[in-house]
Design a protein around this ligand. Structure first.
Ligand SMILES: Nc1ncnc2c1ncn2[C@@H]1O[C@H](COP(=O)(O)OP(=O)(O)OP(=O)(O)O)[C@@H](O)[C@H]1O
Length: 763
């Protein structure tokens, strides 16, 4: 997408020329390194290809004799190991090429001159990655290097930075910012500030892009504190819309990966994101910083993976039903309260054998292990054991039992008859790489065993997963004692293989306690974006699932679409208590960077405590309120306005309150305009035209132009301030609200100087 170029200096000062010479020199060295790395990469690639070809040929050798077979196996294994080693080397070189490519375009963005003790002053340049010449001189320092923190934190004069050996003092003599593109300095200036406004102005003035950009060159001091925090086990970031929460956590992930390179890799980091569009939108940030992406998952996906076979309600269907006022509340507040998790634990501890909900393991009409047998088995376990220990012992016993059943079945008449009627293909599938030899003296028994294993696989699986305890019935029994009124709705959903989002966390906790499972100890960092949309119960369950992970939770209580939120400080206390955090910390981000000052001022007025939001001084047009007499004429105006702003290069977002409204508008507009309707399953935005999307799908996203329709008294009553605020805060440069009929009471709170009004009475 085209970007505006700003602040390109035409007159070049002698100082800039000197800097340009250095840039030229460094870029040349980077290009040379790129060339040699490319040659190494191509050689490695060829090597891999030839080993693979070789390996392919070897794998085809047909082996009848056991000795030949073993020899070939060993050779194949060796070749395989060689291929994976080569691929690893190739990937490292490929990553280096990527980094060098980025550096050759823009080798650095900052310079600091520092003096330590009585040493000579030193000049350091800071970029997205380090670049070291053949004499081991750092021509560019990685932005994550300890010394680089001075660039983001320090004002001129004495500064301190952290090193592995402890705090180090220095004198900051100069701080210079650069904007370098295609190897040419476009803009540079010295600053005493954290990172001066000029470059930030230029960056924020650009068009929105399909993918979020990294903010490495312009990280602000308060954001840097979040990025470089390695101490807190619970880091709660409360930030107003557009304050850089998402940007900051992605930079934080890149920082952590660099900081703990030896102990941490991207697979040990999980980010809970609001939806699939958002996951895709942020997916380019880490690669642009030379890092691999962390794992991403939405809450419904996460629960869905653990509750296979059930359809887990998404946040959005929950929101939609709230909107239609059809939800009977479903005891949302009781199920969101951490007390329910305590109650589950207590229930588990006091569970008696007669309360356990066993269910027979059956294959069709064949009952393999009966409910009675299960209960007797449970009763036979030592009384002092916890229920989970008894269940584990049952699993061991049942595994033995099913192995014996399989062994007997292998030689049964029925299975042997199946063996006799195997087709050639089935025979080879079952034999796999095995041939008739000493290992398989009796082919019929071997094949019978395989068939019996296939037959009993669901039972083996059921034993492995302890499905002989009916967890749903168990949770139902728990509800009956804790929240009896909630049982019918839960049971009704279950009949249709559905489960409400609010039931997932307590139900899974109960299952995990009974099975001592469900915990992933390898995850070291857990990030939750848009945490205001999670209930405390859900957050507790996430912590339970990733017990070794440090938590970074980011949210904005004003954008809460689903739950009422506590004030930030109270929230930290509640979470720290419930999550047993030893080192909790809260950081508030009050400055909003996304929108022009005019848009930010407008949306501030929508909130009772909007004054806390600081706008960034970047100017644009005042938001427009277009007043129309009714919906019919409003629609004509909407069409005309969209026609005016739609272009081939940009996306215009028409953001609605809910899905119904989005679908209706799509039906009305699709004939005359290039419109795309987005829903929960969509993963990417179109490149241009008008996108229509409900607000919950626009979470975390931003657009040059945002239009909202029917901001009337009926559609946006005063209870919807959070929704309207979230819609307006998606706009970077321009915002239009079309009012049909009586304006929303929310609009009356906005100072008249914060918008321009247009009246349209035409049909
Ligand atoms: N330090 C920075 N330098 C440059 N751009 C920044 C900086 N901080 C934030 N931005 C920009 O501001 C916009 C909003 O950032 P981001 O989406 O991270 O905010 P957020 O707090 O997660 O927003 P929301 O909660 O409203 O979704 C993005 O375009 C981002 O690039």
């Amino acid at each position: 997408m085209a970007k505006k170029e700003k602040n390109v200096n035409t007159e070049i000062s002698p100082e800039q020329m000197k800097e340009q010479h250095r840039v030229d020199h460094v870029v040349q060295l980077i290009k040379n390194r790129y060339q040699t790395t490319k040659e190494e990469y191509e050689a490695a690639h060829q090597e891999t290809a030839s080993v693979e070809q070789n390996y392919g040929q070897n794998a085809k050798i047909n082996t009848y004799e056991i000795d030949d077979q073993m020899e070939t196996n060993a050779e194949v294994q060796q070749q395989k190991a060689l291929v994976s080693k080569n691929i690893l080397a190739e990937n490292i070189l490929k990553d280096q090429l990527q980094v060098l490519q980025t550096l050759s375009d823009s080798p650095y963005f900052g310079r600091i001159d520092i003096q330590e003790d009585d040493d000579q002053p030193e000049t350091l340049y800071i970029g997205t990655a380090s670049f070291i010449d053949s004499d081991n001189n750092f021509l560019v320092y990685d932005w994550r290097a300890p010394i680089a923190s001075i660039y983001y934190n320090g004002t001129l004069g004495p500064v301190t930075y952290q090193t592995p050996m402890g705090a180090q003092k220095a004198d900051l003599l100069k701080k210079r910012q650069f904007k370098i593109k295609h190897g040419t300095i476009q803009h540079m200036f010295d600053t005493n500030e954290t990172v001066g406004d000029d470059i930030l102005q230029a960056v924020l003035g650009e068009h929105s892009t399909a993918y979020m950009q990294n903010i490495v060159a312009t990280i602000q001091k308060e954001q840097n504190a979040i990025i470089r925090d390695t101490e807190s086990d619970l880091l709660l970031v409360q930030g107003v819309a557009g304050s850089g929460k998402t940007s900051t956590i992605l930079q934080r992930i890149a920082f952590l990966l660099y900081h703990s390179r030896q102990e941490l890799n991207a697979d040990q980091i999980v980010l809970f994101s609001p939806n699939l569009l958002f996951s895709n939108y942020i997916s380019a940030v880490l690669p642009s910083l030379g890092e691999r992406n962390m794992r991403q998952v939405t809450l419904a996906e996460f629960f869905g993976q653990r509750l296979q076979g059930l359809h887990v309600e998404t946040l959005f269907s929950r929101y939609e039903s709230q909107q239609r006022a059809v939800a009977d509340d479903d005891w949302h507040s009781a199920k969101s309260d951490p007390a329910i998790m305590q109650a589950v634990k207590q229930y588990y501890q006091q569970l008696t054998a007669s309360q356990l909900q066993f269910t027979a393991l059956s294959l069709g009409s064949e009952e393999v292990i009966s409910e009675n047998e299960l209960r007797e088995l449970y009763l036979a376990q030592p009384a002092t054991m916890r229920p989970s220990q008894k269940i584990q012992r049952m699993q061991k016993y049942l595994h033995k039992k099913i192995s014996a059943i399989i062994a007997t079945a292998a030689n049964s008449d029925q299975i042997q008859a199946e063996v006799a009627s195997l087709t050639n293909e089935e025979y080879h599938d079952l034999m796999g790489r095995h041939e008739i030899n000493q290992d398989i003296p009796d082919v019929a028994t071997y094949l019978g065993q395989k068939l019996a294993e296939q037959h009993y696989a669901p039972i083996v699986d059921g034993i492995y997963n302890a499905f002989f305890v009916d967890f749903y019935a168990q949770y139902q029994a728990f509800l009956r004692s804790y929240l009896p009124a909630a049982v019918p709705a839960f049971s009704h959903r279950l009949e249709f293989h559905q489960i409400a989002l609010d039931d997932c966390a307590p139900l899974l906790l109960l299952r995990d306690l009974l099975t001592e499972g469900g915990q992933n100890r390898s995850i070291q960092h857990l990030f939750v974006d848009e945490m205001q949309d999670y209930t405390p119960t859900q957050l507790l369950y996430l912590q339970h699932s990733f017990p070794k992970a440090k938590l970074t939770l980011l949210g904005d209580s004003e954008q809460a679409l689903f739950n009422p939120m506590q004030a930030p400080k109270e929230l930290l206390t509640t979470l720290a208590q419930n999550l047993n955090a030893k080192n909790p910390r809260i950081v508030q981000l009050n400055k909003s960077y996304r929108s022009t000052q005019e848009i930010t001022d407008f949306m501030k007025d929508l909130l009772p405590d909007g004054d806390e939001i600081q706008s960034f001084t970047r100017h644009g047009d005042l938001p427009e309120l277009i007043i129309t007499p009714d919906k019919v004429r409003g629609l004509t105006v909407l069409q005309a306005e969209l026609n005016k702003i739609v272009s081939d290069e940009q996306v215009v977002a028409l953001i609605t309150k809910n899905k119904t409204e989005a679908t209706t508008l799509y039906q009305r507009l699709r004939r005359g305009l290039p419109v795309t309707l987005l829903d929960n399953a969509d993963r990417s935005l179109p490149e241009s035209g008008v996108v229509i999307l409900p607000i919950y799908l626009a979470k975390g996203l931003e657009f040059d132009d945002v239009v909202a329709f029917d901001i009337s008294r009926d559609n946006y009553p005063d209870t919807t301030a959070g929704i309207l605020y979230t819609i307006c805060s998606r706009a970077m440069h321009r915002l239009k609200l079309i009012v049909c009929g009586q304006p929303s009471p929310l609009l009356t709170q906005i100072a008249p100087e914060h918008y321009q009004i247009k009246r349209s009475l035409t049909s």
